[in-house]
Design a protein around this ligand. Structure first.
Ligand SMILES: C[S@@+](CC[C@H](N)C(=O)[O-])C[C@H]1O[C@@H](n2cnc3c(N)ncnc32)[C@H](O)[C@@H]1O
Length: 219
């Protein structure tokens, strides 16, 4: 997903690009946006001791989790300084939030463990091999019984369906994002199972937007 791409996938370092995305997101960004957030809320476990958000952007999902489970200690990672600045603004004055610069192309840092790891529209920027590796790293950072929720931009089943999706969001994007590496839901569910997650499923989908879930065994 993008709003005015710069070649090479580094558009998120650009303050203008980050501002454009945040404006679109503030307006709800995509059809069914609110619906997807409702399902995320529903899937937040009853007890969350600590939450991690990968590609946190302006901290949207961290804020959503903390609205449902107030005061949950939270860590957000992103490689975009302008987006992290927006997250600092959104979460200003809140205790227990740590925002760190990290490129998800690199192995996840040692951050301790989490009961919930979320990601919103970020992992689709990674190559498939790295997606598979990051899923295994996420599992390792989860407490037994912990949950991973990935609200993601996924591949359409056919080029015609991709064209339909692009037409449906034409008011937001008029060109392909060169940094997208879209993968089918089915492949990603397989990768989550291969990594060792259980209760893997796609709980919500509208065209190229999907919510994938996997739990770490051993609650
Ligand atoms: C479409 S925005 C989504 C922001 C937020 N998660 C949300 O759901 O609103 C994608 C975010 O992923 C971040 N991102 C993309 N590739 C990344 C990478 N390789 N490492 C870290 N962050 C990345 C971008 O900087 C941006 O903040």
């Amino acid at each position: 997903m993008h709003v005015g791409a710069i070649e090479g996938g580094r558009e998120w370092q650009d303050a203008e690009h980050a501002r454009g995305y945040r404006e679109a997101a503030g307006a709800g960004a995509f059809p069914r946006w609110a619906e997807s957030e409702d399902v995320v809320r529903e899937l937040i476990p009853p007890r969350v001791g600590r939450v991690l958000d990968l590609g946190t952007g302006d901290g949207r999902l961290l804020a959503l989790v903390r609205a449902v489970r107030p005061g949950t200690p939270a860590v957000g990672l992103d490689f975009s300084e302008p987006m992290l600045e927006a997250a600092r603004e959104r979460l200003a004055g809140e205790d227990g939030v740590e925002l760190r610069v990290h490129d998800l192309a690199d192995p996840l840092p040692d951050l301790g463990t989490f009961d919930l790891i979320v990601s919103g529209f970020a992992i689709h920027h990674l190559e498939d091999e790295r997606k598979r590796a990051v899923y295994a790293e996420i599992l390792a950072l989860l407490e037994p019984g912990g949950r991973f929720l990935n609200l993601e931009h996924v591949a359409s089943a056919t080029p015609a369906l991709h064209a339909e999706f692009m037409a449906a969001i034409a008011h937001l994007e008029d060109e392909e994002d060169p940094s997208n590496r879209l993968s089918p839901v089915e492949d990603q569910l397989d990768w989550l199972r291969e990594a060792g997650f259980e209760d893997v499923d796609c709980h919500w989908r509208w065209r190229e937007l999907a919510l994938l879930r996997g739990d770490r065994p051993g609650a």
